[in-house]
Write a protein that binds this ligand. Structure first.
Ligand code: C2O
Length: 566
């Protein structure tokens, strides 16, 4: 009898959990939108006529179905940043990696189930630099009937999407940069929820406002959707408790500044415990490169206004004291202080490593490609292990892999750089044998369920810089990070194999290194790249080809019927 009750109990629980899971169906129409910003009227690409685009608000276990319709004049794709995409590699979205682009006038339905992840993620275009204005939040709440958040339930939740703005057409700028063999020019502004804020000309009305009540707690879901800049974010008079990053819970971490790289998210609790008044929230660039070279960057500040209900709407908002653009120590302190919450049942860091990789990341020079018609003598480039990634043009990597088509890519991405040198010493720039790279489409092939440790080592070629490295489909654990050249003997002593932070994007310390570990437990083709779009376009990428496993549950099904053709 007891046994029957037990079985019945399990059956009921199963039915209940299945009943909880919903199908969330949406239409994303990408098209032109005319907006005015900074005293100018500009035509941008936007989803459903909004900037930022619509928020996808779902629960863990839900199946998401998005009909993407391309009414824009560009080839586009949409990527669900941070979603595991278990057995749905066809829906991941990066252009020419998992699919050909959706051409103007065409559509593609992307379907995936959200399994084993909660928190803040986002979606964005993944072709050229179209994500500058084609992005939105993807919020995953705990499944109904579960314990809910591992922190006291906030009174209100507020998405804060940080973006970057160009007055000119940013796709034109990127095309021009490619032809010249240079990098995308600096932006004109940053934005909070699509608005620049009143520190810019003609922008008084274009300011994001958040009304708060004294004593209440707000969960800020902060997303860095900027193309090419890490950011410092503060709110005058208030502190934060970080409770999650990249949809992975962290141990609570108290801070008055958030440091966030493109691709990353931070969930932070903020108690409205200040004197009722008006306060600015503000974000500006964290510029990690050595600025003695005086390279131009966007040195503007975007602001929003936090207003206490009882405060006078005409009072002057209090401005936070912002960090210096170049505060590497502050950025490192924030990034390296986070630890995972580690609840029972959560994934744990692999203790056994099947594949060790040591991968340099950074900028380079390369010969001009014939298509770079305005490029003189050499082009700016970027690489991983001196392989500068070139997107295929005839067929996506995934389709080529699935159909066994040769000649689209090679699976010889190296586990180590061609030579070991004094990676972070600026004198490397006098040796063209080290600074030059070549273009190729190399991927790293691994067996299903392989555990990978990758040391990411920044180089001083062209200049040191903190690159936000992102992998599709897999969260990884950041087990250690530091400045200078990685040295296994000393670094290994600092490995956190107990409660490391789990992320999908790590900002490798400038002129330094980070060690990540993950399990390649999903068959497909998964791009790994720098989440600065300008660097991705210069070749700072590779991909993992993860083979099918032994069972139907570990085998990628065929592509959907409306899978875009090139
Ligand atoms: Cu935010 Cu390749 O992704």
């Amino acid at each position: 009898m007891a046994r029957l009750v037990f079985i019945l109990g399990i059956a009921l629980a199963l039915v209940a959990s299945m009943a909880d899971a919903a199908v969330v169906e949406r239409t994303f129409r990408v098209g032109n939108l005319t907006v005015s910003r900074l005293c100018e009227s500009t035509v941008i690409n936007a989803v459903n006529g909004r900037l930022p685009g619509p928020t996808l608000d779902v629960r863990e276990g839900d199946t998401v179905v998005v009909h993407v319709i391309n009414d824009s004049p560009y080839n586009i794709t949409i990527h669900w940043h941070g979603i595991f995409e278990i057995l749905t590699a066809w829906a991941d979205g990066p252009n020419m990696i998992t699919q050909c682009p959706i051409q103007p006038g065409h559509s593609y339905t992307q379907k995936f189930t959200i399994t084993g992840q909660e928190g803040t993620l986002w979606w964005h275009a993944h072709a050229s630099v179209i994500r500058a204005t084609v992005y939105g939040a993807l919020i995953i709440r705990p499944r109904q009937g579960t314990k809910g958040y591992p922190f006291p339930k906030p009174d209100k939740e507020v998405p804060i999407l940080l973006g970057e703005w160009w007055n000119a057409n940013v796709v034109d700028l990127a095309n021009e940069a490619f032809l010249n063999g240079t990098s995308l020019s600096a932006s004109d502004a940053f934005t909070i929820n699509g608005k620049t804020g009143d520190q810019y000309p003609c922008s008084k009305e274009d300011t994001y406002k958040l009304e708060v009540e004294k004593g209440k707690t707000y969960l800020l879901r902060i997303i860095n959707a900027a193309l090419d800049n890490q950011l410092f974010f503060k709110i005058a008079g208030h502190r934060f408790t970080v409770v999650a990053v990249d949809a992975s819970y962290t141990k609570p971490y108290e801070t008055d500044v958030i440091v966030i790289a493109p691709g990353q998210t931070v969930d932070a609790l903020m108690v409205a415990d200040a004197t009722p008044a008006r306060y600015y929230m503000a974000a500006l660039a964290y510029v990690s490169r050595d600025n003695s070279s005086n390279l131009p960057f966007d040195n503007t500040t975007t602001t929003g206004i936090v207003r206490y209900k009882s405060a006078s709407p005409s009072s002057q908002p209090v401005m936070p004291t912002m960090p210096s653009f170049f505060d590497n120590d502050l950025a490192f302190r924030f990034y390296s202080s986070l630890t995972g919450l580690c609840r029972p049942g959560d994934g744990t860091v692999p203790l056994h490593v099947d594949e060790h990789m040591f991968v340099t990341v950074g900028l380079n020079f390369a010969a001009c490609l014939p298509s770079q018609v305005n490029c003189i003598t050499q082009s700016l480039a970027a690489s991983m292990n001196n392989a500068s990634f070139m997107f295929p043009t005839t067929m996506s990597l995934l389709e080529a892999d699935y159909k066994g088509v040769e000649g689209v890519y090679t699976d010889d991405f190296p586990d180590y750089p061609p030579v070991f040198f004094d990676f972070t010493n600026a004198s490397v720039n006098s040796d063209t044998a080290l600074t030059f790279t070549t273009k190729s489409t190399k991927v790293k092939k691994v067996k299903y369920n392989t555990t990978v440790e990758m040391v990411l080592q920044n180089t001083a070629i062209v200049g040191i810089e903190s690159h936000p490295m992102h992998i599709h489909s897999f969260n990884f654990f950041v087990v250690a990070q530091g400045f200078g050249n990685y040295d296994r003997a000393t670094a290994e002593k600092s490995y956190n194999l107990v409660d490391p932070q789990e992320r999908n994007t790590v900002a490798v310390p400038t002129g330094g290194w980070a060690v990540i570990r993950f399990t390649a437990n999903n068959p497909g083709m998964w791009i790994m790249h720098c989440h600065f779009d300008s660097h991705l376009l210069l070749g700072l990428a590779t991909a993992f080809e993860v083979e099918n496993g032994p069972t139907p549950e570990s085998t990628l099904p065929p592509p959907p019927p409306d899978y875009p053709a090139c």
